[in-house]
Ligand binder design. Sequence first.
Ligand SMILES: [Zn+2]
Length: 332
Amino acid sequence: MRRGARRQLCALALITALTFAFAESFALRTVESGDSIGSIAHRYGVSAASVLAANGLNGTLIQPGEVLRIPLGDATGGLVVAAPEPPPRFRRHVLASGETLSEIVARYGITLSALVGANPDLSSLDRLPVGVELLIPPGEGLVVVLHDPSSLGDLIEAHGADQVSVARANALRSPFDLRPGMLLFLPGVEPKAELERLARVREEENRYVWPVHGRLTSYFGRRNLGLGTAAFHRGIDVAAPTGTPIVAARSGTVTYAGWSSRGYGNLVRIRHAGGAETWYAHASRILVSVGQYVSQGDRIALIGSTGLSTGPHLHFELHVNGVAIDPLQELR
Ligand SMILES: [Zn+2]
C-alpha cells in the first residue's frame, strides 16, 4: 500500500518534470528595435513559421518590448514530417495477399484488441488492402499521437493510463524525448471506441452470400397457383441436385435445426446480428444443431426435397425483425 503510493508519487513527479521541462524549452526573447521574426528565427536556428506558431501570431508585425517564445525543441529535433516512428519494441508487418488479421495475431502471439490498439485507424478487420503496414505491439494498449508535448499529462489522464508504464513503454527519459506528432504507446489501455467502430464496419461489410449455386426457379412475392388462386411466396427457390451443400448466407447462431410440420421439411434457421434471420428449407440432411455458431460460407445442410416440395431445391427466406423480405435485395 505504502509502496504503491510512493510509486504513484514518483510517476507524478516524472510527468510534471517532463511537461514543465518541455515548457522550459522555449527561450524568451524581448524584441528589440530593428528585429524581425525572420532575423530572430535565424539567430536561434529555428523556422519563422515555428516562431509565429509558438506565439499565436498571424502576421510578422512585432513591436519592440514584446516578449516572444522561441521554441527550442524545434531547433534540437525539428518537426516530424515523415511517418512517425513506432514506439519502442514495436514491429512492422506488411499485409500479404490472402492474409487475415486472425493469422497475424496468432503468429505474433497477441490479441486482436492489442492489434487494433496499435493500429487505431484500421479501416476494417476483414477487408484490408494488400500491402498495408500494420504495427505489431509488444502487448495490450493503445497508440495515440502526441500532438502537443505539453499535454502529455492530460493525455495520460484522459485515457486512464499508468504514468510509469507510459514513460517506460516509450523510453521517455527527458523532455527532449518528446516530439510533436510522435506515436505514444499507452500500455493497458483498451481500444474500446476503435473496437466498437470496427465491429460496426464488420457488420456493414458482412452482408449475405448465396446459400447455394443453382437455378433460380421461383421469386419472392405473389405467385399464381393456377385456377384463380394466388399465394404469397415468402422466399426464393434455387434448384440444385440432391446432396448439394447449402452454406450459411451470413454468420450467425442456429436457432432451429429439424423437421418443420409447416411444409418446410428439414429446416435450418440462423439468427444474425441486427434482428435478421435466414431460413433454409427442404434439406435432405441437416449438418448443424441449435445453438451452434456458424460463419458465413459454412456448410449447414444438403439440398433435398423434404416437406411440401416437388423436386430438389432450396427454399430460402430472409426475415428482418420478423418480417420476410425479398432475399434478392440483399444477396450478392
Ligand atoms: Zn419456395
